[in-house]
Design a protein around this ligand. Sequence first.
Ligand SMILES: C[S@@+](CC[C@H](N)C(=O)[O-])C[C@H]1O[C@@H](n2cnc3c(N)ncnc32)[C@H](O)[C@@H]1O
Length: 252
Amino acid sequence: MTTHDSLRDEVRRKYAEAAVAVAEGSGCGCGSGSCCEGEASGDFGTSLYTLEQRGELPDAAALASLGCGNPTAVSELREGETVLDLGSGGGIDVILSAKRVGPTGLAYGLDMTDEMLALARKNSADAGVRNAVFLKGLIEQIPLPADSVDVVISNCVVNLSTDKDAVVREIARVLKPGGRVGISDVVAEDRLSPEERAERGSYVGCIAGALSQSEYEDGLRAAGLEDASVTFTHAVADGMHSAIVQARKPAR
Ligand SMILES: C[S@@+](CC[C@H](N)C(=O)[O-])C[C@H]1O[C@@H](n2cnc3c(N)ncnc32)[C@H](O)[C@@H]1O
């Protein structure tokens, strides 16, 4: 087994624990190091959503929020669009997206962890959402055809990938021409080396695996995406921020 495989297995194990903790009603288990952790309690989770959005969610879905931002707030989703959420966890952003795109649209959630998929399917059913589909798979090998998605969103997941180039290549492949990227993620300032990022938090805690701002923007451009930008929103550790990552696939 490679280092990459064992790291991915550790991520899967930790997020399976977090899903079980939520399903049992005891919160995300963050205190036990089972999910993303910042320096302050409001750095991650449901407090990053508006009261109106929280009102659209079953309690369990809100409780399951492990993200570092609110990608649905920046993606300007429209009726009839197809949205893909990479690492959909307990389903919060898929549920909100499904409501935005309406019955003529579709929201996919993709996750590798069975326990998270079970939680998301239950939360989505409890929210009365009928246009959401949860897929099991890796964000490095998205199980969807090329040119099939209008908007790719994700909330605090790309930093957990052991092959970020593959994730960005896959995003560029599945997007339709003119399709958009609206991702929330933890991103480091360019001054921090990978070793310095790792000193600030763990890999499963969404800190050590973070890309720097330039690495992110360069990676998006190298995959053929345009208008790539990374905008810091709030600090989660010294020199590390929650950020909004945006880009677009060129129109044909
Ligand atoms: C920090 S949680 C975020 C969940 C959700 N986006 C949210 O905002 O609540 C990370 C999620 O990504 C999933 N994940 C991590 N790495 C993955 C990968 N390489 N492929 C698919 N899913 C992955 C985990 O199983 C977990 O559900």
